[in-house]
Each structure stands twice: as C-alpha cells, then as structure tokens.
Design a binder for this molecule. Structure first.
Ligand code: DGL
Length: 280
C-alpha cells in the first residue's frame, strides 16, 4: 500500500495518474485540508505538518509515502529524510514530486549532479507554483546544476490553491490564471511547468491563457511513470495487508483532516471518481 500526502486535494491529480498506470496497486491518500494551503505557512510549520501527515500514513502501514505536494517536497522532504525518517521508521521511504519533474525537464537523472556537456541552445522555462515553492529555490537550484542552458523563470500564484480548494467557479479561476500568465509571459516560453499539484485541475485555463501550442509540463503522468519505474526494483515498498479476495484492481482510500462531506464534493473536479473522503 502506497501513501500519498498533500496539503489538500491537489495530490488527487497525482493519485489519478498513479491509478491509471498501476491499477493493481493499493493507495492510501491523506489530504491535510484542515491546514491547507501550505503555500503561505512558515518553513517550520510545513515541516511539522508534513511530518505529521507522513507519520499518520506510515502508522497505517505505508512503507512508502509520496509527497504529492511541491510545497511540502521543496520545503520539508530533505529535512524529514535526513533528520526523522530513519529513527521513526527505519527502512521506510519518502519521495517527492520535484525529483521526477527536474529529471523530465533536464533529461538528466537525479543522481547526476554535474552539468550536461556541450554548447546547448538556451531555453526559457516558465514555472508556475506556490509562493513557497518558488521562494525555496529548489527547482531553480536543481535545474541549474544539471542543465545550465535552461533559464528558469518563476511565477508565484498566491491565491490559486485557496480558490481551487474553496471550490471557486470557472470565471474567478480563469481570472486568476489569466492574470498570472499575462504578468509572467512577456515573451513566449519554450515550455511551461505547472509546479503545483493543484494546477492540473485548471490546466485547461492555463492552456486557454497561454499562447497556442505552448508546451505544458504537468506532473501527474511524469510522477506516475517515475514511480512505476522505481517500484520495478523495489516492490517491497508497495506491499500491504493481504486483499480479502484476489482482484486485479487495487483499493483506494481517501482520508482528510478536514470536513469529509465538503472535501468529497471537490474531488468531483477530477475526470476519474476516486471515491469519497473519510476523517483520518
Ligand atoms: N498542491 C500543493 C503543491 O503542489 C499546494 C500547496 C499548498 O497547499 O499551498 O504545492
């Protein structure tokens, strides 16, 4: 059973892609809706809340937890891996959504820290993310190390996660997205990265606001392909309690720290119905 953690409902976009690529797998999702959004919180709060979420999932039997939240991955992942996990849950793993994205963007494996060789043409990449993810500098630093020809421009989108979590309609969401795109894209970027797992829920609005044919890199499929590959050699991390009966399909359980009825209505935004939330 694989644990998926997000500050709210954005991680459902990752879960939906994981389900598509690994239908036989069991998933336990936890959205910390009571404390979302994380994008305005202090680093220490994000570390504490993320640790609490991962702890809950590991207590319930997940040996591997994916931080399906860029903000948590950018701010808390390394701290938890280095200072907490090995003592609390020896042998367990926490992975984030930032690593697969950087690998996809640069074409360089995470383990390679030196820059690509050769005189490569400069490319402008536009990153839309939460303020906290942008301020962490994590994307810029990791991309720069591997692919200095990629020039990462960043655009924080304060308010967009709140609006999505709050169930805002198409019009206000479109207004917000168009505003961010118009402020950020004074020239046409070579590619756009949606660096927040909530943003694929409004991908159509980014598509409408960006110049036609802009390449948009969105995390769900990239993260799912990367995790599938990771588990080929490490399937032990996905093991869980035996299923009651042999079934080709895995189970999905959605937990929230917030109000399950309100939160369940939000997941209707997704193309695939993943079920209803229950209280953690
Ligand atoms: N989905 C989270 C992310 O990817 C949103 C963070 C927040 O709660 O602000 O960054």
């Amino acid at each position: 059973m694989i644990g998926i953690f997000d500050s709210g409902s954005g991680g459902l976009t990752i879960l939906a892609a994981l389900r598509k690529q690994m239908p036989e797998q069991d998933f336990l999702y936890l959205g910390d809706h009571a404390n979302a959004p994380y994008g305005h919180r202090s680093n220490q709060q994000i570390v504490d809340l993320t640790r609490r979420g991962v702890d809950t999932l590991m207590k319930k039997g997940c040996r591997l937890v994916i931080l399906a939240c860029n903000t948590a991955a950018a701010v808390a992942l390394r701290t938890l891996q280095q200072n907490w996990l090995e003592d609390a849950y020896p042998g367990n793993r926490i992975l984030g959504v930032l690593v697969p994205m950087v690998e996809a963007l640069t074409g360089v494996p995470w383990s390679q820290k030196h820059p690509l060789a050769g005189d490569l043409p400069r490319k402008n990449i536009m990153l839309f993310a939460t303020r906290k993810t942008v301020e962490s500098g994590a994307y810029a630093e990791e991309v720069q190390k591997r692919a200095p020809h990629l020039h990462l421009l960043t655009k924080p989108c304060p308010g967009l996660v709140d609006a999505i979590e709050g169930g805002a309609g198409e019009q206000p969401l479109s207004g917000l997205v168009t505003g961010y795109v118009n402020e950020a894209c004074t020239s046409i970027p070579d590619a756009v990265v949606l660096g927040c797992t909530h943003f694929p829920l409004v991908r159509h609005l980014f598509e409408a606001a960006l110049p036609a044919n802009t390449v948009i890199m969105s995390q769900p499929d990239i993260v799912a392909a990367s995790l599938k590959d990771y588990l080929i050699r490490r399937s032990r991390y996905a093991e869980g309690p035996a299923k009651p009966e042999a079934s080709p399909f895995g189970r999905v359980c959605l937990l929230t720290t917030g109000n399950p009825a309100e939160i369940s209505a939000l997941s209707a935004l997704l193309p695939e119905n993943l079920g209803n939330f229950t209280s953690v």
